[in-house]
Design a binder for this molecule. Structure first.
Ligand code: HEC
Length: 177
């Protein structure tokens, strides 16, 4: 054992660390090596694998998510000219839009959607935006109140179906942007 010394008034014995302490230190190093190997090559704790497992568990419980709506190449409504979508769209138009736009879409409080006049845009992309986000504030043109948003109540797929129905009867609703 070395001579004890005093530095800045602090007594310093300079004893070596006890054997048991060194042993614990060595064990943590050995543990960490095995842990790293186990974690990366054998466990399911990595974020990629555990994410997959969580998704799998979710799908088992709630079923697979419906496919997202994939736009046509030019950005136009993917449901144009699809009979099934048009029928579904007409049904939802009656429930969600007819109160303001009339059952045949020719307008009440909301403007006529079956004529050639479009106040806020006449393309799939613009009309989609108008229905999803609604029309409020400075954008209003008719002075008959706002157009409510439908992105939460309907969502993209149903809105495109409704637009497919409108497009069927109104050729002035253009494809694309
Ligand atoms: C509470 C009444 C109301 C409901 C419900 C409603 N709208 Fe509207 N909508 C309006 C009003 C009012 C306007 C015109 C806003 C303005 O003054 O510019 C409008 C405008 C629009 C426009 C723009 C028309 C243009 O000329 O550019 C579209 C498209 C439209 N609505 C579609 C729909 C669809 C589809 C639904 C159902 C999902 C719907 N609306 C539900 C009141 C409504």
């Amino acid at each position: 054992m070395k001579e004890p010394k005093e530095v800045d008034g602090i007594f310093q014995a300079d004893n070596p660390m006890p054997e048991w302490w060194k042993l614990v230190w060595l064990l943590t190093i050995i543990f960490s090596i095995f842990y790293v190997i186990y974690f990366h090559y054998f466990s399911q704790w990595g974020q990629e694998v555990s994410y997959q497992l969580e998704v799998q568990a979710h799908e088992e419980k709630y079923g697979k998510q419906e496919k997202m709506v994939v736009l046509s190449e030019d950005g136009s409504n993917p449901f144009r000219d699809k009979e099934e979508s048009i029928a579904e769209g007409q049904k939802n138009f009656q429930t969600f839009c007819a109160a303001c736009h009339k059952a045949d879409g020719t307008g009440l409080v909301g403007p006529n959607l079956m004529d050639e006049e479009w106040l806020h845009g006449d393309t799939d992309a613009l009309v989609f935006e108008n229905i999803m986000k609604g029309i409020t504030g400075d954008r209003l043109k008719t002075g008959k109140g706002p157009m409510p948003p439908h992105e939460n109540s309907l969502g993209a797929e149903k809105v495109y179906q409704i637009m497919a129905w409108i497009a069927k009867s109104n050729a002035t609703l253009k494809k694309g942007q």
